[in-house]
Design a binder for this molecule. Sequence first.
Ligand SMILES: [Zn+2]
Length: 210
Amino acid sequence: MDYRQIPAIFVADAPGLDFLNSVATPVDEEVDWISDGEGFLAWLEQAGMVPPAALAALRSQSTRAELDAVAAQARALREWFREFVQKRKGRPLTARNLRELAPLNQLLERDDGYGEIVADVTGGVSPFEFRANRRWKSAESLLMPIAEALARLVCDEDFTHVKACEGPRCTLMFADHTRGHARRWCSMAICGNRAKVAAHRARLKEQENS
Ligand SMILES: [Zn+2]
């Protein structure tokens, strides 16, 4: 199914996992929201990961082939990281896992970030606030906010509560931040209802057979 027909899915409660969920099967057919350069730009916009002005500038500066190439890099990064998360989810990460993350560190090294002092409108102790910015020099810089989201996932999340949806054919993942860590579904709308309907059908069948 074409990604243009359906909004991207943001149910993971962690941007790094939302990125893994940029390919999914929300109904019957698989949808890859970053299957080409235009899709990648649209997904980044929906994710709020790149300022709209930077997206517009890169869209006009880059050729279609350059944008498609960076989308391909993003898909490769996504599938590499999916393997890591699938292998490590459900229990805490350990310092030994750092070696496996070397490709992510290599990508982070290329980031062109700079800091800026700006007025703090929230009324803190100082009238200023420190803001982290990034230079958007080429289409490849679009990978940087994603690299940052993946890095934050391994640095800030307890992998014990990183879960895959229990929906039988669902591939969505999420960070379970509920109080009792009892979340089972990507979302009630996608898989929760499907499970309810299946359970209801099974009960009806049992009644018929008894
Ligand atoms: Zn699901």
